[in-house]
Design a protein around this ligand. Structure first.
Ligand SMILES: NC(=O)c1ccc[n+]([C@@H]2O[C@H](COP(=O)([O-])OP(=O)(O)OC[C@H]3O[C@@H](n4cnc5c(N)ncnc54)[C@H](OP(=O)(O)O)[C@@H]3O)[C@@H](O)[C@H]2O)c1
Length: 335
């Protein structure tokens, strides 16, 4: 019997890659989108679309009842819809936390609980690692998110953990990069223009995960015996911000002017940007919370829990992943 997987947030960067991987592995893939979602990366004719109203418990339950009436049961659900930018913490909580409640409760109410429900959380839910010991964040690090995004993701995790018998898996990916991604693209563009800015220090340590490895991890977890577990995931290596920039520079073939912007200056700039954009209802590219995240020295990650449980080895080094990503961005005239 062909397995069915429903992916929420299927139109986005991670979601669209999850859809492709599901099709490649022979699943029947249901792309959970909204009316306004772009289908730019969802052109495969095998994709089955489901417009889901995650904002309304009543409407969502009706939609799931309709699926049930059509004998459409999902073996797996990957709840990936979420926001990484918002006007305020209430918006983060509404989308990242409340929508998870709504989906979980509607699945329970309609008798549509899948065999596994994967929640795409974030390393931000764990919060940064200790800046003195510089020990990497592990599955067991006590969570202490420092921004509203991380707090909203942790709240959703806590909710899932509280549902007795609900077959969840929680992934906390570090920064994910690859084709179609837009935030790191700004860094490649800045370096391509000859600038190499650093926030606070060039010694900050960070981690990465290439999109192809993340989607492989997710499908392998679906097919594993594991349930009710939380994993932090990265490519298993940690880097200084300077090492990352050096790789990007080498791949782009650029020479740059390096500039370290002191953290208090970044925080002041964030405050100015917040007050300038607020009257227009725009979300600034930098705010005080983002500045705090960027200023945290330790975003190192130790994913050995996942690697050991699933006998997983990433296929991509940062260098290989960046080469592929920059090549894709060039081919698509983004750089
Ligand atoms: N990228 C990373 O480095 C990273 C790292 C860790 C965790 N994550 C998590 O991974 C997930 C996907 O992130 P991404 O980078 O792929 O972001 P993305 O490209 O912005 O995609 C977000 C997806 O969520 C959907 N979505 C947003 N608001 C929604 C709403 N109000 N109702 C229904 N759907 C909504 C979007 O639908 P529309 O197209 O209709 O807007 C889109 O499909 C998020 O939960 C994020 O927190 C990302």
């Amino acid at each position: 019997m062909v397995k069915r997987v429903l992916i929420t947030g299927a139109s986005g960067f991670i979601g669209s890659h999850l859809v492709e991987e599901g099709l490649k592995r022979g699943y029947t893939v249901f792309a959970g989108i909204r009316k306004t979602s772009s289908r730019r990366y969802l052109s495969d004719s095998r994709i089955r679309f489901l417009e889901l109203d995650l904002a309304s418990p009543e409407r969502l339950s009706e939609q799931l009842m309709q699926c049930k009436a059509e004998e459409l049961r999902f073996d797996f659900i990957i709840h990936n819809a979420g926001i990484t930018r918002a006007h305020n913490s209430a918006e983060f909580h509404r989308v990242n936390d409340r929508f998870t409640h709504t989906l979980t409760e509607s699945l329970e109410l309609t008798g549509m609980v899948p065999d596994k429900f994967v929640y795409i959380s974030s390393l931000a839910a764990a919060g940064p690692g200790d800046p003195v010991s510089m020990r990497p964040i592990t599955d067991d690090t006590p969570p202490h998110p420092i921004d509203s995004y991380g707090k909203s993701k942790l709240a959703a995790e806590r909710f899932l953990e509280s549902r007795s018998g609900f077959p969840y898996l929680i992934f906390r990916p570090t920064g994910v990069y690859g084709p179609r991604e837009r935030d790191y693209l700004q860094v490649y563009r800045t370096i391509n223009r000859g600038f190499e800015p650093y926030i606070g220090s060039t010694r900050q340590r960070i981690s990465f995960l290439y999109i192809s490895d993340l989607v492989r991890m997710l499908y392998e977890a679906l097919n594993s015996p594991f349930v009710n577990k939380t994993w932090v995931v990265s490519d298993g290596c940690n880097y200084s911000v300077r090492e990352f920039s050096e790789l990007v520079k080498r791949i782009l073939g650029k020479k740059t002017v390096s500039l370290v912007i002191p953290l208090p200056v970044v925080k002041l700039l964030a405050l100015i940007l917040e007050s300038v954009t607020h009257p227009f209802g725009k979300i600034p590219i930098l705010n005080r919370e983002k500045a705090a995240i960027m200023g945290s020295m330790n975003w190192q990650c130790d994913p050995s829990g996942f690697f050991n449980d699933l006998h997983f080895t990433p296929a991509y080094t940062l260098e290989k992943g960046l080469e592929e990503t920059i090549c894709w961005n060039r081919e698509n005239n983004r750089i």
